[in-house]
Design a protein around this ligand. Structure first.
Ligand SMILES: Cc1cc2nc3c(=O)[nH]c(=O)nc-3n(C[C@H](O)[C@H](O)[C@H](O)COP(=O)(O)OP(=O)(O)OC[C@H]3O[C@@H](n4cnc5c(N)ncnc54)[C@H](O)[C@@H]3O)c2cc1C
Length: 487
């Protein structure tokens, strides 16, 4: 076998691990043919009460919540750290509060508390967040800006997981589901320690793309309704001079002051109207899909400058994604060049951080028992079985939750349709684009994670399916854990 043939063979082997259905229908032919049939293999088994797939924005909170309920919990994460898109895609964590500042007379309410707030409290102790900094410009978009030091977020959440007693498996890919009818018996995990089966009573899919739900045979669609994005953390810049640059062109659209490099009342969020900026910068930004919003918790650092690219196909297409990964890296380099050339104080800027892979606001959309509607969000509907309350919409001020109020996320919106013991949390729920523009935001994903992790632990303790859990028990457990729910 020459090198090219060997590579092709290895590629098919790799695909075989994920494309289980394709491999099942084939005949062994090591020298040619379209498929290679994997021989059956005995895998070591580990047994848990709850397995959470994906240690991202929702998964971290889900696993902590499950473990704190006393469930023996495993968390499976393909990367080497927890944090997910909160540390790789976004700018500020939207939002712990209702949009009170945009509605005179509406009271300020912190509507997401519990474990998400604990993460912020821990970050405050290590200088890893701006705190809940009030917006002074653009407050009809969000009333606060809560920005994080992405690296301290990874460390802090990792420590919280270990303290809660979660068995944290990083550098581990969830590669399959073991089904017993409509019940998941276990999942297949792959790491350098080998291929293993993780059995559990209840599972939570927090993989963002719904990998576990898809492996389990749940219904899903791939709307491909957002661009893919990578974001660059730019260092050796002047936050104050960037503000002056935007102000000089009358372009400041968002501003918040909070904790930065240990000092209060510093600029921590800035956004600008690109159309008002000098032609060279404006046109260059448009060409590479660059947005000029950024947040920071450090002097001399812009945490996220985002570059967008619309893919012609779903982001689950490996080969299209590979092309986009390269193009976005070119765009990030160009973004730094633009800042160096046009923005005073950024003459010696450089790329200090990029995301390990591109991000997207929605990959697979997983069908759940209830699908939160546009009206539910915009009209501020509350439900009899809600696990959290939320008050932010990413299209504000164009689309806002009525009267600066809130809506609820019902438990049945987290139950994966057709599977007895699988819950979902994060950006994979909610089919309506305008509703999803709210439910996919970080703080909503975190709150969903606490709801799903708590429910999974209760189901495991009671040995029941997710549909047999008494809502009263879930509500009591959430309230006891500090979750805000309307009376
Ligand atoms: C470019 C961009 C900008 C955004 N800006 C903001 C913003 O400013 N504010 C805001 O609040 N929200 C923002 N969002 C939305 C928000 O960040 C995401 O919707 C949210 O973080 C998603 O959380 P999640 O838990 O669903 O997924 P993630 O946080 O992505 O977590 C999924 C985790 O699962 C892991 N995983 C996936 N598949 C597997 C597998 N098979 N095996 C093991 N592990 C796996 C991943 O590595 C990851 O760690 C933005 C999103 C994007 C893409």
């Amino acid at each position: 076998m020459d090198r090219r043939e060997f590579s092709k063979h290895m590629l098919i082997l790799g695909l075989g691990a994920r494309a289980v259905h394709a491999a099942e229908t084939s005949k062994v032919d090591i020298h040619g043919g379209d498929y290679y049939e994997e021989p059956a293999k005995k895998l070591p088994v580990r047994t848990f009460d709850v397995v959470v797939a994906g240690a991202g924005t929702a998964g971290v909170v889900a696993a902590i919540a499950a473990a704190r309920q006393g469930a023996k919990t495993a968390l499976i994460e393909v990367k080497g750290y927890p944090g997910g898109t909160a540390t790789e895609g976004g700018t500020a964590l939207h939002s712990f509060y209702n949009l009170w500042k945009a509605f005179p007379g509406v009271p300020k309410r912190q509507v997401v508390r519990g474990i998400p707030q604990e993460i912020i409290d821990r970050l405050l102790k290590v200088g890893g967040t701006s705190g809940h900094a009030e917006m002074s410009e653009g407050y009809n978009y969000d009333s606060v800006c809560t920005c994080i030091d992405t690296e301290l977020y990874k460390l802090t959440t990792f420590e919280m997981l270990v303290e809660a007693g979660v068995f944290v498996c990083v550098n581990t890919l969830l590669a399959g589901a073991i089904m017993d009818g409509s019940r998941i018996r276990g999942v297949i995990a792959e790491s350098r320690s080998g291929r293993e089966a993780f059995y559990a009573k209840c599972f939570v899919d927090c993989t963002a793309y719904g990998d576990l739900a898809a492996f389990a045979g749940a219904e899903f669609t791939e709307p491909n309704d957002y661009p893919v994005v990578n974001s660059v953390g730019m260092a050796n810049v002047s936050v104050e001079k960037y503000y002056e640059f935007l102000a000089k062109h009358n372009a400041v659209s968002q501003l918040a002051r909070g904790l930065r490099s240990g000092k209060d009342d510093q600029i921590v969020r800035l956004d600008g109207r690109t159309a008002k900026l000098p032609a060279g910068f404006r046109d260059g930004a448009r060409k590479i899909g660059m947005s000029v919003v950024t947040t920071t918790t450090h002097d001399n650092y812009f945490m996220f400058i985002k570059l967008n690219l619309k893919l012609p196909v779903s982001p689950t297409n490996r080969d299209e994604v590979a092309k986009a990964e390269l193009e976005l890296r070119r765009r990030m380099a160009k973004a730094v060049e633009l800042f160096r050339e046009y923005v005073p104080g950024c003459e010696k800027a450089f790329m200090a951080r990029t995301s390990p892979k591109l991000c997207i606001r929605r990959g697979r959309l997983i069908a759940c028992d209830y699908d939160i509607t546009r009206d539910d969000v915009l009209e501020g509907h509350h439900f009899d079985d809600e696990v959290m309350v939320y008050g932010f919409h990413d299209s504000a001020p164009r689309l806002q939750i009525k009267d600066g109020g809130t809506y609820g996320i019902p438990y049945n919106a987290l139950r994966v349709k057709g599977i007895e013991n699988l819950l979902a949390a994060g950006m994979m729920i909610t089919s309506n684009h305008d509703a999803h523009m709210s439910t996919r935001n970080t703080v909503c994903c975190m709150g969903q994670g606490q709801g799903a992790g708590t429910a999974a632990a209760l189901c495991a303790a009671k040995n029941c399916g997710t549909r047999d859990l008494r809502y009263r028990d879930l509500r009591d457990a959430l309230i006891k854990a500090g979750v805000y729910l309307v009376a």
